[in-house]
Design a protein. Structure first.
Length: 334
């Protein structure tokens, strides 16, 4: 006689989607990452249109995998199809092709690396003292952060600078940021006679030189490793530049190199209570990680430090960034 066995039955949909959805998203993420690593999108941009056989020969993807691989990209609207030929969608040409000014591929590549903070999230959550910063200083991570800042934060910050009444009469500008030089480039584009200087770091040096050359700013932008005591600037911009540093010392340095009546503009995050609602919770979590390794604990403390160094704040505002809202401070050296 055959024994009857009761099989365990998993819950009906949609409960099981709690498992399937993140797994599917992860697989799609890794597939796009592999395509970026293989240079698929750059190759397709040059080829314009190509068959599965041509894609296989041109990229090295085995032909027995290429059809299913491209079908997935097709479902994600990364590629499109006409008869037996595939071509890039407009959004893929914009964000996944290296020659585009809006390239964002390094973000996906770096996020999947073992050096990514998200790869070792449990350590940040449980033993944060074992870490010194949330985003490691690597050339790949530098490129990824730069790609995210071109989404609007650079343009919006520079627009605020350009509205300062003394902007048209300014001659010198100093960028203290992560070191990509995009703020200096944008300011030079808006002000035809201003000369800019960028404080660089080893991780950003190659990228900074590439950006300056790409925009033809070799004669107008100077790269330095640290500011000189006898330097003077009409405008000093510090955007997330105080990460892990002594704020009082940084502000003191800025006050010394800023000319009398010059503009100091700061763009930084500050601690605030978490609301923990929906996807906003993810942004708040990432911001909390950043703040763990930053000395900017409160907006009030920062404003007091500015006042102590005769930097008179005349305007504040909020700036939306990839890690939530940051605060803009504009001050005159009085």
């Amino acid at each position: 006689m055959t024994e009857q066995i009761d099989l365990i039955k998993l819950p009906e949909l949609p409960i099981i989607e709690l498992v399937d959805d993140p797994v599917q998203v992860y697989k799609e993420f890794m597939l796009i990452r592999a395509a970026l690593q293989l240079g698929l999108f750059d190759w397709m941009d040059n080829a314009n249109r190509a068959t599965i056989k041509e894609i296989s020969e041109g990229t090295g993807i085995k032909e027995e995998y290429a059809a299913a691989f491209m079908a997935t990209l097709y479902c994600l609207d990364i590629v499109r199809r006409a008869h037996d030929e595939y071509y890039l969608s407009p959004s893929a040409k914009l964000h996944f092709v290296h020659s585009s000014s809006y390239y964002q591929g390094d973000i996906i590549i770096e996020l999947g690396n073992e050096s990514s903070p998200w790869y070792d999230l449990k350590t940040f959550l449980t033993h944060p003292d074992e870490k010194s910063e949330f985003y490691p200083k690597t050339k790949g991570m530098a490129a990824a952060e730069t790609e995210q800042e071109i989404r609007g934060i650079v343009k919006n910050t520079v627009m605020v600078v350009s509205r300062w009444e003394g902007f048209k009469d300014a001659h010198t500008f100093l960028e203290m940021s992560r070191g990509h030089g995009l703020y200096a480039i944008a300011v030079c584009q808006m002000h035809p006679s201003i000369k800019a200087t960028v404080v660089s770091t080893p991780e950003y040096e190659t990228l900074l030189e590439k950006n300056i050359k790409s925009f033809g700013m070799e004669e107008r932008i100077t790269i330095i490793e640290q500011t000189a005591a006898d330097a003077e600037y009409d405008i000093v911009l510090a955007s997330h530049a105080f990460y892990g540093k002594c704020i009082s010392s940084c502000v003191d340095e800025i006050a010394k190199i800023l000319v009398q009546g010059g503009l100091f503009i700061s763009n930084h995050w500050f601690n605030k209570p978490s609301e923990g609602t929906g996807m906003q919770g993810l942004c708040e979590l990432e911001l909390a990680f950043h703040m763990r390794y930053s000395t900017l604990s409160s907006q009030e403390e920062f404003e007091q430090i500015c006042a102590q160094h005769q930097l008179d704040i005349f305007q504040t505002g909020m700036m939306r960034s990839k890690d939530g809202e940051s605060t803009i401070h504009m001050a005159i050296k009085g």
